[in-house]
Write a protein that binds this ligand. Structure first.
Ligand code: SIN
Ligand code: FE
Length: 310
């Protein structure tokens, strides 16, 4: 488990020859192994004026929203302190940022180009060290990501982070990839029960009813067994103090201006300190993966001996 520096992308020759295709597959392969893809300097444009603006945006202290989030589909921001920034300007800046990251990801990760769905972006102005959040929301505890309101059905959570802080690094811990922990803790986190339950006629009927409700416009979440487990595993990891204490850890310092990409559904991660990060999330189609057998949904289906998506 480590970090791969993506030096080839910044070269002017990128995209000009077959070399980009080859390098790009190497980067996707590294991400799918559970590596962090690292850029010492931000590899897409963010205007200086936008950075200056963002560094003055604040969140209210209410902890209702963990970050300032931007929903590209609706072109809206949530969770910033009105009075510290003009909303329309902030929306415009987050829109431009989100677009720049999409263009970058399409150019960098050619096998995934166009094979993703855009999720939320966020700006994280609060110092992470010493945040007072409930356990399930704490990001200083190692965990894999799973979103309660946006099930992925086996598609992958790819996140792009940029440290906008002009002076301080953002500090992360990571641990061994998903497979290790699924093998060790899958049973105690409830995988056999979830797999058995997913086959029961009552459960299948309930999911059909939820989907019917959704089609009629009722705001319900249809959660496939894969997402049921991943959400449980997210909480299980955060609540497991022996895992938190004893698991092998790598510590990373992401310096000012750095950008890094990681499949956060596979790599247990925690942020120990830092403020002012930008982040964009993608759901990468599981059909676009170069090594689908390493994907969490396939790892879990092997362990459970049953399909968990669909
Ligand atoms: C997380 O996804 O756990 C947060 C990481 C960060 O904000 O740096
Ligand atoms: Fe996370």
């Amino acid at each position: 488990m480590g970090l791969v520096e993506a030096a080839g992308f910044s070269k002017a020759s990128w995209g000009a020859s077959g070399q980009a295709a080859e390098e790009s597959r190497r980067y996707c392969g590294a991400l799918e192994e559970g590596e962090i893809l690292f850029f010492r300097q931000t590899p897409f444009p963010i205007p200086e004026a936008h950075k200056r603006f963002l560094l003055n945006v604040r969140q209210p202290n209410t902890a209702h929203h963990k970050n300032i989030s931007y929903k590209p589909g609706r072109n809206r921001v949530l969770g910033f302190a009105r009075g510290t920034a003009d909303e329309a300007t902030l929306v415009g800046i987050m829109h431009d940022y989100s677009q720049a990251v999409c263009n970058f990801v399409n150019a960098l990760l050619l096998p995934y180009a166009g094979n993703w769905q855009l999720d939320y972006a966020s700006f994280r102005p609060i110092e992470e060290e010493g945040r007072d959040l409930p356990v399930s929301k704490r990001n200083d505890l190692l965990h894999v990501d799973s979103f309660p309101t946006r099930p992925s059905n086996g598609n992958r959570i790819l996140r792009v982070f940029t440290n906008l802080n002009p002076a301080e690094s953002r500090i992360w811990l990571t641990s061994e990839p998903f497979q290790v922990w699924a093998e060790r803790y899958g049973d105690s986190a409830g995988l056999p029960q979830i797999a058995a339950h997913s086959r029961s006629p009552a459960h299948q009927m309930l999911r059909r009813a939820v989907r019917l409700g959704q089609a009629l416009g009722v705001p319900l979440t249809d959660r496939p067994p894969y997402d049921e487990f991943m959400l449980r595993f997210h909480h299980f990891m955060k609540n497991n103090s022996s895992f938190q204490k004893d698991c092998p850890k790598s510590r990373w310092e992401f310096p000012p201006g750095a950008t890094w990409l990681v499949f956060t559904d596979m790599v247990p991660h925690a942020v120990l300190s830092g403020r002012f990060a930008l982040e964009q999330t993608f759901f990468v189609s599981r059909n676009a993966l170069l090594s689908p057998e390493k994907a969490p949904y396939r790892v879990l289906e092997r362990l459970a001996g049953a399909p968990l998506t669909g």
